[in-house]
Design a protein around this ligand. Structure first.
Ligand SMILES: [Zn+2]
Length: 192
């Protein structure tokens, strides 16, 4: 049975609007091609140019799973992952694109309110979700604050202490660590 023209038109419009939302938030072509298989590559490129006023950057995504485990990125990635998991658990009607754009929006708003530069763009956030789905990364509880943090799946993470409870010495007295402590409270609250 073929879909009515009206329905496919509405579906198409909705796909385009969702793609525009992701482009605004910083999605690169790989993200768009993967999440919107119904929209052609040419169309996605035209949308990208329209929204950003420039051609999409070429080349593969350079991100490795290790990036998420370094200090400041880990705090940011964990914050995002906690919000994502919370929305996924509590808003069953949201699909992955919705989850991604909402969780990323909340993550960005939170750190922008603290005047803290964002460590992750939307493409990195998307890659994190993919790595978790592929079983490369998982969430592990910190034994001190009990917040949940992004960790390697194959590591033995028993007794893990997070980067907020135990910041590296170079971060000791910086503004970042003060903010990180506030983040700790937020992440704990979300994990509770
Ligand atoms: Zn901790």
């Amino acid at each position: 049975m073929s879909t009515t023209p009206t329905k496919s038109l509405a579906d198409d419009a909705s796909q385009v609007l969702r793609a525009v939302t992701l482009i605004r938030l910083g999605a690169r072509m790989q993200v768009l091609e993967s999440e919107f298989p119904k929209l052609s590559r040419d169309r996605l490129i035209r949308l990208y140019r329209e929204v950003k006023g420039a051609s999409p950057p070429k080349g593969m995504l350079p991100f490795s799973a290790d990036w998420y485990l370094t200090w400041a990125p880990n705090i940011h990635a964990s914050m995002f992952a906690n919000v994502y998991a919370f929305l996924e658990e509590n808003s069953k009607e949201l699909d992955r694109v919705d989850l991604l754009s909402r969780a990323y929006g909340l993550y960005a708003e939170h750190f922008e309110m603290q005047n803290e530069p964002l460590q992750m763009d939307l493409t990195r956030a998307w890659t994190l979700v993919r790595f978790k789905e592929a079983g490369m990364l998982r969430m592990v509880g910190c034994k001190r604050c009990r917040g949940k943090f992004v960790a390697h799946s194959q590591d033995n993470n028993h007794g893990m202490v997070c980067g907020i409870c135990q910041p590296p010495s170079r971060a000791g007295k910086t503004k970042a660590s003060k903010i990180a402590q506030q983040e700790g409270a937020t992440i704990q609250a979300k994990a509770a």
